[in-house]
Design a protein around this ligand. Structure first.
Ligand SMILES: [Zn+2]
Ligand SMILES: [Zn+2]
Length: 347
């Protein structure tokens, strides 16, 4: 199901697009005007412009500013086939419809001179104005900043697709066919992430808060597929961060005589997640820990003693062999999402 909301300037050809989608592409059709006509009849009012405005304002005030298009969307969704909603005129309506999904906003536009000629040909009473008045009217209306008031220009800026209808009917139809084809190509079947993917994605989001660029890592600890705590690499609370004052490097001399340099300003993501559990009184017993790369030796020891039973790391840490061996001995299973090894620079 695809629900297309249509917006566009006066005389751009919205009606022509709607006709094509209805007759040639079997779209169901829902219109604000039709909705208001029904409501005006139901209330026993005269079907004129004043009644439409009164009823529309009344419905929006009593329900929500996007009430009418929301109702039309609900009807379309219930029907379940592809549908068009004509027309979308306020940015608040676009925002509301976008949240519902399967929604595409289509804008139809054309040069102002072309549009003016079209409405003159159409010749309805309200259309008998000169070109300058036509342009001035539009300009005034385009400036409305209220998200719940008509602002076609702002709606058109939010459009997913814009059709420029300056040419022939055949060209317009070809453009419609083209965007419908593209929509089909762009809509792959939804991939529902596995649990590991889901928690690792969260881990990546958490890592964005990290404050040491030596490795912006994150950690999420879960149990029974529910999130318990999270953490990211950063200084202890109330102490300055590496991103603010630079790293605090210390050299480590290893057994084999090599020297490595580490930033020791930070609490590791895994440690911060464990601290969060300690602060909140959350047991990590039997949990699964998601992290950016193989935990370091210290983190691995803490993880083992917290009773965590499974670790899922996105990548392998170049110096992770010791942690891997400890996890093996302690009976903590360790899985990697990727097999590549990540190395710190300047180690
Ligand atoms: Zn640092
Ligand atoms: Zn660590």
């Amino acid at each position: 199901m695809l629900i297309i909301g249509i917006t566009g300037t006066l005389g751009a050809g919205k009606g022509t697009v709607v006709d094509y989608l209805r007759t040639q592409r079997a779209f169901a059709y829902y219109s604000v005007r039709q909705f208001l006509t029904e409501e005006v009849q139901r209330r026993g009012m005269e079907p004129n412009r004043d009644s439409f405005v009164t009823v529309a304002n009344d419905l929006r005030a009593h329900h929500s500013p996007s009430y009418i298009v929301d109702e039309l969307y609900a009807r379309a969704a219930q029907n379940g086939t592809n549908a068009i909603i004509e027309s979308i005129r306020a940015t608040g309506e676009v925002e509301s419809l976008r949240k519902k999904g399967s929604f595409v906003l289509l804008a139809v536009d054309a040069d102002s001179r072309t549009r003016y000629e079209r409405i003159k040909l159409r010749g309805s009473e309200t259309d008998h104005i000169d070109y300058d008045t036509f342009v001035a009217n539009e300009k005034r209306e385009f400036d409305n900043p209220d998200p719940n008031k008509q602002n076609l220009q702002a709606c058109m800026r939010m459009a997913d697709i814009t059709l420029l209808n300056n040419g022939s009917l055949e060209q317009l139809h070809a453009e419609i066919d083209r965007f419908l084809g593209e929509l089909k190509d762009d809509a792959p079947a939804h991939h529902r992430p596995s649990w590991d993917e889901y928690f690792m994605d969260l881990c990546h989001s958490v890592a964005l808060r990290a404050t040491c660029n030596r490795g912006r890592s994150g950690c999420v600890i879960v149990k029974d597929r529910q999130i318990l705590v999270s953490g990211y690499v950063g200084s202890p609370s109330h102490l300055p961060h590496c991103d603010e004052v630079g790293h605090l490097f210390r050299k480590t001399l290893h057994e084999d005589g090599t020297i490595s340099t580490h930033c020791v300003r930070t609490v590791h993501a895994e440690q911060n997640a464990i601290c969060q559990a300690a602060r909140r009184g959350v047991s990590l017993e039997g949990g699964t820990l998601y992290c950016t790369m193989t935990p370091c030796r210290t983190c691995a020891m803490l993880i083992i003693n917290c009773g965590i039973k499974r670790v899922v790391a996105d990548y392998k840490y170049h110096a992770g062999a010791e942690s891997e061996e400890m996890f093996r001995q302690a009976g903590v299973s360790l899985d990697y999402i990727h097999n590549e090894v990540l190395e710190y620079q300047n180690k």
